[in-house]
Ligand binder design. Structure first.
Ligand SMILES: [Fe+2]
Length: 287
């Protein structure tokens, strides 16, 4: 499959969806695209530019997931309002959904367990959870179990970028076995976050522990809302079906609160460059 070809976003006021968007839905479930709510987009103009950038690179849907932590309080009504304002400003260039980049503070955990739909993607079942890279306490296991019992499916965001988990993928494996999901960052595959992050992302995919790839976009210059290169990389290494699972099918299930699938990435034969990509994974195990 060639990467799904999006079109240049329509002019404001034109109808959505354009016919060219009719086949695959490339859904980015993690972005800081709403202006003025966290460390992502600062202005509505920047947010609109992020939307246009995503659409021009084939993304059809994006989930706005502002942080919820002690620095950035999360208000679902504000998030809904800003998402609507952004959608209107973009003339329907993308479908914009809402969610949260949830941090495991004591107050947050209690609030989420009491209000399961407050922080989840489209107020459904999937909750992005960002773990601290200073400490991932053993109580995290119990927190995830309590969330699952409350009908919330934790989605551990970018564990490949968390140095506390690099040598503890057994913990990630256990969380997935118990019902949680995993999202890796697209730019981790290019090496943007270093060799170890790339290696760990690779290992997670090959162990069948990845459900989603998302951008975790914060702007238009550095951490962009673009998944195209990562999709092509995954498709070339592991085949188009596997890439569709992580970029299209599972994200679609998440925004619809439907079950997702996990699969082990099987390296495509005869990809010489893939050996180069794989090499850091072996180094990571001994570092
Ligand atoms: Fe994030």
């Amino acid at each position: 499959m060639v990467w799904y070809q999006g079109t240049v976003p329509p002019e404001p006021g034109s109808s959505f969806p354009p016919e060219a968007y009719s086949k695959e839905r490339v859904i980015d479930i993690h972005s800081h695209i709403l202006p003025g709510v966290d460390d992502g987009a600062e202005t509505i103009e920047q947010a609109v530019e992020m939307v246009r950038m995503a659409a021009e690179n084939g993304t059809t849907d994006i989930v706005a997931t502002p942080h919820a932590n002690t620095e950035f309080p999360f208000d679902p009504e504000t998030v809904e309002r800003k998402a609507s304002e952004l959608a209107a400003a973009c003339g329907g260039a993308l479908r914009i959904h809402t969610g949260c980049d949830f941090h495991l503070t004591v107050d947050n955990i209690q609030d989420a367990l009491s209000n399961p739909g407050k922080y989840t993607i489209n107020r459904g079942r999937y909750l992005l959870v960002e773990l601290s890279d200073r400490l991932v306490p053993t109580t995290t296991d119990e927190v995830f179990r309590r969330m699952l019992a409350a009908g919330i499916i934790p989605v551990v965001t970018h564990p490949e970028r968390n140095r506390r988990l690099h040598r503890r993928l057994d913990r990630v494996e256990k969380w997935v076995a118990e019902g949680s999901c995993v999202q890796i960052t697209g730019d981790s595959l290019s090496g943007r976050f270093g060799k170890t992050a790339r290696a760990v992302a690779t290992e997670l995919m090959e162990r069948g522990l990845v459900h989603f790839v998302a951008s975790d976009a914060h702007g238009t210059r550095d951490r962009k809302p673009v998944l195209k290169a990562a999709f092509e990389q995954v498709a070339e290494a592991y085949g188009e079906d596997y890439a569709r699972l992580l970029f299209c099918d599972n994200p679609k299930a998440a925004i619809e609160a439907a079950p997702v699938l996990a699969a082990k990435a099987e390296p495509a034969p005869g990809r010489k460059w893939y050996q180069f990509w794989r090499r850091p994974a072996r180094q990571a195990k001994t570092s």
